[in-house]
Write a protein that binds this ligand. Structure first.
Ligand code: SF4
Ligand code: SF4
Length: 339
């Protein structure tokens, strides 16, 4: 397998950044990690995951979709999109890589979201296999192997070297583009690291969480469950869980009058908010119980029912660590589990 010594990683990043914009996870001053554009001196974070997921690269939190210029009774529609440039996201973890598959099922089905598709076409996802999963991780529950991540190309660390494997043609083209810096490496130590990580994954506290009770078959049973009242009772409707979630894809479209015309924006929204999908007749989900139920029914029941069993969660654990009242999808799954 081709590899590069870990202490040459910055050299590699410089070579990639010469050809394409490169984004890597870096440590912020408060110790948390976030993706940033690589510049000379940027060090890759050793954190398990970024606070915000990598979905922003394909589905940004805010984007200007189109402008309208008005003169008298004439309206000119201005497509303000510029051709996207190729870019590389390096160091994406297995859970976030799977989230792209889930987002593809939303944005790339007919009618295709051309904004999302352009970014997907121009982006190369280079993943990094996990070696230190945390007790909030449960990606394995959704069939994700943290030691063999998806993405266009996958990287694996044995502590001293980074090994590369192509998963797609785009990934192979990426590896070919940096091949002059890579050399064949012995994977004996990597195999040991992989075996150790697998053993940690098997022993994680949430490794045995079951999805058997979920999917489309029990829709009515779960919808009518009397557990939702207690589960949703303390929910603040803050939307934090939806904003950190790599698979949440709700958005709102708003027009702003600039005085000379209209700028149309798409912004992330949250099904936990009381004004979400508010229409002329009002809001279809009037209580926090209904809104809370919608979020979890969507991930655990509606989405798999409509997407060949694929759940709308990748077990990244972000909602477990960020919810201010310590409510999360694991608690919901345990409460609704059919024994
Ligand atoms: S529901 Fe929670 S654990 Fe699942 S993908 Fe979203 S943030 Fe991660
Ligand atoms: S983060 Fe917690 S309190 Fe906030 S909306 Fe989500 S479940 Fe409710």
């Amino acid at each position: 397998m081709l590899k590069i010594a870990k202490n040459r990683l910055n050299e590699l990043f410089a070579a990639i950044a010469e050809k394409q914009t490169l984004y890597i996870p870096v440590d912020r001053e408060d110790g948390a990690a976030e993706y940033r554009k690589w510049e000379n001196g940027c060090e890759m974070s050793g954190a398990l995951n970024t606070v915000r997921s990598a979905k922003d690269f394909f589905f940004p939190q805010t984007e200007n979709l189109v402008d309208f210029k008005m003169e008298g009774k004439n309206i000119e529609v201005i497509d303000i999109r510029k051709e996207s440039e190729d870019f590389v996201i390096f160091g994406v973890k297995a859970c976030d890589a799977r989230s792209f598959t889930i987002l593809d099922k939303v944005f790339l089905v007919d009618p295709v979201d051309s904004y999302y598709k352009t970014r997907r076409d121009h982006g190369t996802v280079v993943t990094m296999a996990c070696t230190r999963p945390s007790e909030t991780c449960f990606c394995g529950v959704f069939g994700i192997d943290a030691t063999a991540p998806e993405g266009d190309a996958a990287c694996f660390s044995d502590g001293e070297n980074i090994f590369f494997k192509a998963n797609t043609e785009k990934g192979q083209a990426f590896i070919d583009s940096i091949s002059s810096m890579l050399e064949e490496g012995d994977t004996a130590k990597l195999d040991e690291v992989q075996a150790k990580t697998k053993s940690i994954l098997e022993k994680l506290p949430l490794a045995n969480l079951s999805t058997d009770s979920f999917g489309g078959a029990r829709l009515k049973e779960h919808f009518n469950s009397d557990k939702w009242g207690e589960l949703s009772e303390a929910c603040l409707g803050c939307g934090t869980c939806t904003f950190v979630c790599p698979t949440c894809q709700c958005y709102d479209i708003k027009d702003f009058n600039t005085g000379h015309g209209i700028k149309r924006f798409r912004c992330w929204d949250s099904c936990m908010y009381s004004d979400f999908t508010k229409m002329a007749h009002g809001n279809p989900r009037l209580t926090q119980l209904e809104r809370f139920r919608q979020r979890f029914m969507h991930k655990l029941v509606y989405f798999p029912a409509n997407n060949e069993g694929e759940f709308g969660c990748v077990g990244c654990g972000r909602c477990l660590s960020k919810c201010p009242i310590s409510m999360n999808i694991v608690k919901v799954m345990k409460a609704l589990e059919v024994k």
